[in-house]
Design a protein around this ligand. Structure first.
Ligand code: NDP
Length: 256
């Protein structure tokens, strides 16, 4: 059933070698998409590409630091030439965080976080727009965070950058609908990935998070990637401009 398949479609997923991005690559490829991904670590990227090849997935990759404007341009040039100028799916997954009280953020760390989380997403959307439009059926999925919806002690810079992504999702949905490009956003809750390994070792943090999470557990990366894949499917063709939390119910829990 073609409504539930990505066969014949092309996808770019940033940061696909670990965590949520890795699960997204596998889900999109599993639904039949041809996927391109990137990360900064060449050895890890090569290892992932080999594993995916042995699983029968069609995945290529580039070494790219998405916080660099010139590397972003190079990445999209590569994607354009590999996919013959047409991209159906762009998943903006890369994100980073340093937790600090607001008064302790230096201007340098502030710009670094904004550059990785917001500037790179904005610029990559601009760069990929012609490719998404040329595909005739484009879909952007941003990965923001529940920290962009409620205050969580993650640090205000990360939270502000993710909230900006939530709004960007809505603006692009309206602006690029005429090009048949949909734009949606998945806001994960606490998810078991290398990014938050250090936090998951902190019993006090985990206990507090669990006490506020109705489902009483942390998400697996696949529980986030399944929504990303759904939003890219033809089955989701009337869904655009939405920010959907995958957070075990945390953001709707008033006080339980
Ligand atoms: P991980 O740190 O586990 O994985 C990040 C991936 O992105 C790796 O493949 C990493 O490879 C790559 N990456 C990181 N920085 C760059 C960069 N500058 N350029 C290119 N690639 C890069 O992160 P998660 O999977 O946990 O997070 C993915 C997204 O989900 C982020 O946007 C994060 O904010 C969001 N999120 C995560 C939550 C969680 O609890 N885990 C909760 C809410 C949101 P390499 O380092 O080798 O470049």
């Amino acid at each position: 059933n073609s409504r539930w398949s990505l066969r014949g479609m092309t996808a770019l997923v940033t940061g696909g070698t670990r965590g949520i991005g890795h699960a997204i690559v596998e889900d999109l490829a599993g639904f039949g998409a041809t996927v391109h991904t990137c990360s900064r670590n060449e050895a890890e990227l090569t290892k992932c590409l080999k594993e995916w090849q042995s699983k029968g997935f069609v995945v290529t990759g580039s070494v790219c630091d998405v916080s660099s404007p010139t590397q972003r341009e190079k990445l999209i040039q590569e994607v354009g030439s590999i996919f013959n100028g047409k991209l159906n799916i762009y998943v903006n997954n890369v994100g980073a965080n340093f937790r600090k009280p607001t008064v302790e953020y230096t201007a340098e760390v502030y710009s670094q976080l904004m550059s990785i989380n917001l500037d790179s997403a904005y610029h990559l959307c601009q760069l990929s727009h012609p490719l998404l439009k040329a595909s005739g059926m484009g879909s952007i999925v941003f990965i923001s965070s529940y920290a962009g919806l409620v205050s969580l002690g993650t640090g205000s810079v990360y939270a502000a950058s993710k909230a900006a992504i939530n709004q960007l999702t809505k603006n692009l949905a309206c602006e690029w609908a005429q090009d048949n490009i949909r734009s949606n956003c998945v806001a994960p809750g606490t998810t078991k990935t290398p990014l938050i390994e250090h936090l998951l070792r902190n019993k006090q943090y985990v206990d507090e998070m669990m006490s506020r999470t109705p489902l009483k557990r942390i998400a697996e990366a696949q529980e986030v990637s399944s929504l990303v894949a759904f939003l890219c499917l033809p089955a989701a063709s009337y869904i655009t401009g939405q920010v959907i939390a995958v957070d075990g119910g945390l953001t709707v829990n008033g006080f339980q």
